[in-house]
Each structure stands twice: as C-alpha cells, then as structure tokens.
Design a protein around this ligand. Structure first.
Ligand code: FES
Length: 103
C-alpha cells in the first residue's frame, strides 16, 4: 500500500538547525531541518516520555533533554545511553512550501 502523508508544517517554520513537535491524528512527531533537509522522527523519547523537540540538535543527532540520551535523526539509531531502543523515523515529502510527513 502506498504511504500516506499529512501536512506537518511550512518549510519556513523551521530554519536550518531547528526542530518542532507536531501532532497529527494523535501521533506526536518531531520535524527537523538539518542544513535544509527535513527529517521526521517520533517526538517521544524511547527511554521515557520526554519530548525530543525540547532537546538539543548536535550534528545529525538529537539529545534528549531529560537524561541526555541521543539518537541519530536520520536513522533513528541510539547513539548514547541511557536510551537503548531505536527511535522510529518517518519519511518526509516537500510539497511546494509545505512539509508533509508519512503517517
Ligand atoms: Fe530521553 Fe531519558 S527520557 S533520555
């Protein structure tokens, strides 16, 4: 079945190096702009219930604000404990000035 996408935000909402949480259909995503390329992951850290959008982007990684575990934003792989479960990543599609995320 073809992937479904939903509007997440405007490209202009996120400057390079920025991220934001968006809720679509009750699911919490974090959308990132890494050097002009947009990515999406789950917003909820797999270690706890912290929103990754409140964390810090370091290179290609997101550092959780709660206990400073990190994930690779592009692959979702854990890059530092205490996280041990990978983060779900989602495909992103740009449509005009809009950012759509796989749902
Ligand atoms: Fe994210 Fe603990 S809740 S590292």
């Amino acid at each position: 079945m073809a992937a479904q996408y939903a509007f997440a935000c405007k490209q202009a909402d996120l400057a390079p190096g920025e991220k934001k949480a968006v809720e679509i259909g009750g699911h919490h995503y974090c959308i990132y702009n890494l050097n002009g390329i947009y990515y999406a992951t789950d917003d909820v850290c797999t270690h706890g219930l912290s929103s990754l959008a409140t964390g810090e982007i370091v290179g290609e990684e997101i550092e959780c604000a709660a206990h400073f575990g990190t994930f690779n934003i592009i692959t979702g792989k854990v890059t530092a404990p205490p996280c041990s479960i990978p983060l779900k990543t989602w495909r992103v599609e740009l449509r005009g000035a809009d950012v759509f995320v796989e749902t």
